[in-house]
Design a protein around this ligand. Structure first.
Ligand code: SF4
Ligand code: SF4
Length: 189
């Protein structure tokens, strides 16, 4: 079993954890491990560490383990945890900041499919002003090498007219492009 020196880890990662607190605006240190976030999390079944454990790991400085976890990529940003936390911690926001930090560090192996999904989703919104569901499903399957994923659901939906063959563009795509440009500018600052 691996021995962990908590004080050593805290000293090593304190700056990063404080940065996550600053950037997310959330006081991770105030978590008192009630577990309500994990109790309501709809994705905890697919996580290696439930949200309350992620909070504890951050408190004791286990940053590498957190950034290497599947949890941060499986989190669906549904905000259930944030709405249940008696300490008022927006855990979903912390997860967002952890994904940003992991991406900056190039630590995205476990988030590969999530990042592909985000890219395809955002490109679809950027190009059409709204989501083109069939295109999203086909591109994600192609890029993840999982060609027939969810085909058993997609085909009946398509046959019932729930999935459109071609994308439907909204009128104000110029405005949408401005939003994307502003977001890119903020990212660069
Ligand atoms: S935001 Fe993420 S961590 Fe929180 S409940 Fe939803 S899936 Fe779970
Ligand atoms: S609900 Fe809040 S206080 Fe409770 S374990 Fe989760 S983050 Fe900590």
């Amino acid at each position: 079993m691996r021995e962990v020196s908590v004080s050593h880890l805290q000293a090593k990662n304190d700056g990063y954890v404080r940065k996550i607190e600053e950037e997310s605006g959330q006081k991770v240190s105030q978590c008192y491990q009630c577990g309500k976030c994990s109790g309501g999390c709809p994705m905890s079944f697919a996580m290696d560490y439930p949200p309350n454990q992620i909070m504890r790991m951050l408190q004791v400085g286990l940053l590498d383990e957190v950034l290497n976890s599947t949890t941060i990529w499986v989190c669906a940003s549904c905000l259930t945890c944030s709405s249940r936390c008696p300490r008022g911690i927006d855990i979903a926001q912390v997860m967002d900041n952890l994904r940003i930090l992991a991406t900056k560090q190039g630590n995205t192996a476990k988030g590969k499919n999530a990042l592909i999904f985000h890219d395809v989703f955002l490109n679809s919104v950027k190009n059409n002003g709204r989501l083109y569901e069939l295109g999203l499903a086909m591109q994600v399957n192609l890029k993840t090498g999982n060609l027939l994923k969810d085909a058993e659901l997609g085909l009946p939906m398509f046959l019932k007219g729930k999935l459109k063959l071609l994308p439907h563009k909204i009128k104000g795509t110029d405005e949408i492009n401005k939003i994307f440009a502003a977001a890119k500018q903020m990212e660069a600052e």
